[in-house]
Design a protein around this ligand. Structure first.
Ligand code: NDP
Length: 603
């Protein structure tokens, strides 16, 4: 960043007040209850548009060594790491018609991953693949998921278009009974739950949403049959259509420029503007990323994780707006060193944050010609309150005559949907097509959604038990009373913007536990004491982010404005340190979670 203006204390005070006012405009009393699940009468929004006719098959009641729930990167990585450990008998169960998870479902026009491809795509060293773009289009990522699945022979035994409906621990056979929506009731000695954190689409609970008679769908189930075109554009079916899109988060920012190019007219219904930073996507060569060196991808990914975890490193290999923002404080206030006094740190951070957000607001003013539209597109909150987005096409799209920005902040979103459009502030907008870019139920898929009950020892139901005690795990991975169940996701471990890296480390961990247990003919189950000790580690030195989120504009980062934490949820020293910790624990203490079986299995 070139010589940023360091805001004065008065400017920071004024911003704080502006942020408070903007937040008040958006907080709703119904918080997270404002959304609808895309099921039951809204199940249409979550149906699989890519699979065509699902082939009939007989229900299974056999036994496998490992069942993996979910065929996104979490499940694929678990499968690959299990294979590397020599585990042969693996069955991945996936709702979609193929592997890919997020990248199977999300195929909307303009889809790209905004994390650099060379650190986001996992197992590049192992597959020998070198991404073609700095930021991959979705299809390149989906194909890479398939590449990994093929290389590690994960198609054999996989069940697609199949949802797991319950897990029941059978004490007699010391195995899980896995029930599915295809009538299966097979047994698995170990179960890995890898159902993702942004899986189930959600809809805004706008009054009358069920009345709309035009065409409608969620971005994660794009209907190319209606729009024409491909993820690269050419949406010829929209040429004469009035298209409304609700949602201007990371998805909306990628979709809207594509709609703008092809649709007759686009109405963008915005509630909170995203921060939109520079994208600068470009083709890359193997040479650019040093892909001729052994282990290049692992080194690059590690370097990235260190930087976005807040470490100061000698070299920034990725060198993009994510890594720049992570190092912002250093760049803006070079003399700054984290002091003992937290309030000093927070004051410095607030100044750096204000400078960054000023830069992004200035970008809006430069790129959008109409001053009123530009004003509405400016984000008024701290940088980390909402997920940052990146695009060089989004803001200029609002200069087109066929694009209208409709700001809905004062009415807390769209007032109502009618049979032929929507109403905002008393003004009706007639639409042929209404697209929801309204995101997903965050962190609540699979066994955390309440729709996939898990009955452990003595029939104890996992979520019920945790409602009383709070979530209890060792490393976010295993839980007492639920033997041989391994959890992947973002509970009581450490997360990162580069989520595939986090998943890969979890996969390595799960695979080591399962292989260790298989070698010993043992069960994997931590003691209550080990869980207590882990929760104490999470609590010690856990940074208090509560106040920060409480002051943020509503969104899924803060439970729609209500704060979101319920007990310590993350390793306080960041993802990089967590991975090192786990590695050491595996070397020294893995045996502490193995328990003798009472039933002998030979398979
Ligand atoms: P988000 O949950 O981030 O955004 C939902 C959008 O819908 C917000 O703009 C929200 O407004 C808006 N909205 C919800 N209800 C209403 C309403 N009643 N009226 C008007 N607007 C409404 O979903 P996304 O799909 O954009 O992104 C989800 C996540 O997926 C991202 O945060 C990111 O983690 C991931 N993602 C990653 C990408 C990548 O490149 N790596 C690309 C795309 C997504 P408000 O902000 O006011 O709530």
């Amino acid at each position: 960043m070139s010589s940023p203006h360091v805001p004065t204390p008065d400017e920071v005070d004024a911003l704080r007040e502006r942020y408070r006012v903007e937040r008040e405009r958006r907080v709703r009393p119904d918080g997270t209850r404002q959304y609808l699940d895309a099921d039951a009468e809204f199940g249409y929004y979550a149906a699989d548009p890519y699979v065509g006719e699902v082939a009939e098959r007989a229900p299974l009641d056999d036994h496998v060594d490992v069942a993996v729930i979910g065929g996104g990167f979490g499940g694929i990585l678990a499968g690959a790491r299990l294979r590397q450990q020599g585990v042969r008998d693996i069955r991945i169960v996936e709702k979609g018609g193929d592997f890919g998870g997020t990248w199977y479902w999300n195929r909307y026009p303009g889809i790209h991953c905004d994390i650099e491809a060379h650190v986001y795509l996992p197992l590049l060293d192992e597959t020998g693949y070198v991404p073609e773009w700095k930021y991959s289009p979705g299809e390149e990522i989906r194909r890479h998921a398939v590449r990994i699945a093929e290389k590690f022979d994960l198609y054999s035994g996989a069940l697609f278009s199949t949802g797991v409906t319950s897990l029941t621990w059978d004490e007699a056979s010391e195995a899980w009974i896995v029930a599915t929506d295809r009538g299966d009731t097979f047994r698995a000695t170990y179960v890995v739950s890898a159902t993702g954190t942004l899986t189930d689409p959600k809809l805004p609970g706008i009054p009358g949403i069920e009345d709309f008679k035009g065409h409608t769908f969620h971005t994660s189930r794009w209907d190319y049959g209606y729009t024409g075109g491909t993820p690269d554009g050419g949406l010829s079916g929209l040429a004469d259509k009035r298209v409304g899109i609700v949602g201007t988060g990371a998805t909306g920012v990628q979709v809207i420029p594509m709609l703008a190019e092809d649709a007759g007219h686009v109405y963008v219904f915005q509630r909170t503007p995203s921060s939109v930073d520079v994208r600068d996507n470009r083709r890359t060569s193997a040479e650019d990323v040093g892909a001729d060196q052994d282990g290049w991808a692992a080194r690059r990914r590690d370097n990235y994780l260190r930087i976005v975890s807040g470490e100061v490193v000698e070299e920034d290999l990725v060198d993009d707006r994510w890594t720049e923002s992570a190092g912002l404080l250093e760049k803006l206030l070079p003399s700054f060193r984290r002091p003992g006094d937290r309030s000093d740190f927070e004051a410095s951070y607030e100044i750096a944050d204000a400078a960054k957000m000023n830069e992004l607001r200035e970008r809006v003013a430069q790129d959008v010609t109409d001053a009123d539209t530009a004003d509405k597109l400016k984000p008024w909150y701290r940088y980390a309150c909402k997920r940052p987005t990146f695009s060089d096409k989004y803001l200029p799209a609002f200069n087109r005559p066929n694009v209208t920005l409709v700001d809905t902040a004062d009415t807390h979103g769209i007032e109502r949907v009618t049979d032929n459009g929507v109403v905002v502030g008393g003004t009706p907008y007639e639409l042929d097509c209404l697209i929801f870019a309204t995101g997903f139920n965050v962190g609540t898929s699979g066994i955390f959604s309440g729709k996939l009950p898990v009955y452990g020892r003595g029939g104890t139901e996992l979520l019920k038990a945790w409602r009383t005690s709070g979530p209890r795990t060792l490393h976010g991975c295993t839980s007492n009373g639920f033997p041989n169940l391994l959890l992947m996701g973002s509970l009581q471990n450490a997360s990162s913007v580069n989520f595939t890296h986090v998943l890969d480390e979890q996969a390595v961990h799960c695979a080591a536990l399962i292989a260790g247990a298989q070698a010993e003919g043992a069960l994997v189950e931590p003691t209550r004491e080990a869980e207590d000790a882990w929760i104490a580690v999470l609590s010690e030195g856990a940074p208090d982010h509560e106040w920060f989120h409480a002051e943020c504009t509503p969104g899924y980062y803060n439970g729609e404005g209500r704060g979101r934490r319920n007990g310590p949820t993350a390793y306080p020293h960041g993802a990089h340190a967590f991975h090192a910790y786990l590695k050491q624990w595996r070397a020294q203490s893995l045996g502490s979670v193995l328990r003798a079986r009472t039933v002998t299995r030979t398979s």
